[in-house]
Design a protein around this ligand. Sequence first.
Ligand code: LMR
Length: 328
Amino acid sequence: FKSCVTALVATLSLLGLSAASAAEPIVIKFAHVVADDTPKGKGALLFKQLVEQRLAGQVKVEVYANSSLVGDADEMQALLDNRVQLLAPSLSKFEKYTRKLQVFDLPFLFDDEAAVKRFQSREKSRELLRSMAGSGIYGLAYWNNGLKQLSATQALRLPSDASGLAFRVQPSAVLEAQFAAVGAKSVRLPFADVFKSLQSGVVQGAENPWSNIASQNMHSVQPYITETNHGVLAYMLVTNAEFWRSIPFATRSELENIIVEVTAVVNEEAEALNRRDRERVLASGSSKLISLSPEQRQAWREKMQPVWQAYEADIGADVIRAALTVNR
Ligand code: LMR
């Protein structure tokens, strides 16, 4: 018997496997920067739950929320080094790898969330999932959060009200240009630093969907929130291409089926979560809601829209054209 075991171990090691590693599950570390009770946070937990039901013993998922493992500053490098295997950064955070995704940052481009979803199902968007292949980044899906609102220490009704204020931005040239267009400054800051930067006054304003405002308690330090719905916050679920290819085919297919299922749930529930959080923020009484008249909203649009043209060459006229066809 002993010689049989020895022979088996020798054969396994010839195949590059050890008896232990043959039985060990693949570990997927899924890191993100937001709270669990947000569209992305819930999506990550649902992914973990379904993987553990359907691929028990084969794949193990560890979810790290709130920048607890890696954050905006180092997560992409961690993915490229295969220290984490799944991320879902906002589409505004891929500037180093592609400019095309900044189409999603263009202010007032999409009329509503339904238009964003329509664009994401079109061929041009599907192509963008592959736009970072050259860097070893593989896009698996689009996950949506919601439309962004402007919060500030003072009431923003007209674009001129933002003049001179500093807004926190994600690392996207388009977002910087959007604020410059209304005479405001912008400061690139990791998501984990937003609350304290608003609290300490490093910046006076920010742009976020309701779910991020509520879950980070930003309303407690932003007395005014203007419901502009001026832009989109959406994510790309990304993995390390080499890692993904290394997963045995049947397991990878099951993971991809699970991702399709989770994506549908995230994108179906995001709007309701944002509506719930809007109510929570308003019920807290700490911020005053400013609703814009159609004329006031049009004034913001007119100031910000020249950004489309300014970034057309970076993003690609074809991409912008494709996005424009989805409004109804
Ligand atoms: C931000 O940095 O504001 C967002 O991208 C955070 C997030 O992941 O929702």
